[in-house]
Design a protein around this ligand. Structure first.
Ligand code: BEZ
Ligand code: FE
Length: 285
């Protein structure tokens, strides 16, 4: 006789069917996924048109992905899942981490400390000076520091293929005292891409798409956890409502307004500029 399932028995039947899964972690994750997915459908009394809508939405999300656009990660970001996973997995004691985002580009050539990474982009000059240490405060020499940020209109270089690349993006190595520095321009808040399914979701929920201004850092050193984080600009209007929930208090910092004149590295500025002094602490791996 064929086995028939009801609203109350189908969840256990699916879980039972998966009991043959050899890898224990795969079994654990799939069992939990089926449990929560079924509970969600029961709780909301999900209708067939709603189920079909969801299937079509996820299909469009996949179809929007390209080599340079990851709409599923954006969906995860805007639903808070990326930050939840970050919080669950964050090693404590060092600088806090946050989302990677879609605009990271690997393998950018290393520039000397103090370089200007604007590559022709105009804006208010910004000097970043930093030291990388371990959690005991001992400097980490030769750490690889990758940085990237938007311009003063909120665009990343990868969104402007008609302009020179790389710009507002660079890679540095810390010196023997763990320090690195570079010149760039002060970033601005910007909207995440809204021309795909994630944009539909934001519209349907009347959410704005903006991220507060920030500079991204990825810092790697042997024997330490790789740090993926941002430093946010103090006073940004979107700090309290980041579209991807990625702000942590410890990552908000003043980018000090400095008058025209000499900068600490000897450069002379003919107009006011910004100075970010922020240190990073890596946890051991
Ligand atoms: C970003 O900061 O570059 C970013 C992060 C998540 C979604 C979109 C953009
Ligand atoms: Fe960003």
């Amino acid at each position: 006789m064929a086995r028939e399932f009801s609203e109350t028995t189908i969840t256990d039947a699916v879980i039972e069917r998966m009991a043959t899964t050899p890898d224990p972690r795969t079994l654990e994750v799939l069992t939990s996924l089926v449990t929560h997915l079924h509970a969600f459908a029961r709780e909301t009394r999900l209708t067939v048109p709603e189920w079909m809508n969801a299937i079509e939405f996820l299909t469009r999300t996949g179809q929007t992905c390209t080599d340079t656009r990851q709409e599923f990660i954006l969906l995860s970001d805007t639903l808070g899942l990326s930050m939840l996973v970050d919080v669950i997995n964050h090693a404590t004691g060092g600088t806090e981490s946050t989302v990677l985002g879609p605009f990271y580009v690997p393998n950018i050539a290393v520039s000397p400390n103090g370089s200007d990474i604007t590559n022709g982009r105009r804006g208010q000059p910004m000097l970043v000076e930093s030291q990388v240490t371990n959690i005991a405060g001992t400097p980490i020499a030769e750490a690889l520091v990758e940085v990237w940020h938007s311009d003063d209109a909120g665009f990343y270089d990868v969104q402007q293929p008609e302009l020179p690349f790389p710009a507002l993006r660079g890679t540095f190595r810390t010196d023997e005292r763990g320090r690195f520095s570079f010149w760039s321009i002060y970033p601005h808040f910007y909207p995440i891409p809204t021309d795909g399914p994630v944009g539909e979701m934001l519209m349907a929920t009347k959410r704005h798409p903006f991220r507060p201004a920030h500079v991204h850092f990825m810092i790697s050193a042997p024997c330490h956890e790789r740090l993926v984080t941002h430093v946010f600009t103090h006073g940004d209007p979107y700090l309290d409502s980041d579209a991807v929930f990625a702000v942590k208090h410890s990552l908000v910092n003043t980018f000090a307004e400095m008058p025209a004149g000499p900068a600490p590295d000897g450069r002379t500025l003919d107009r006011p500029w910004r100075h970010l002094a922020y240190d990073f602490r890596l946890v051991p791996s």
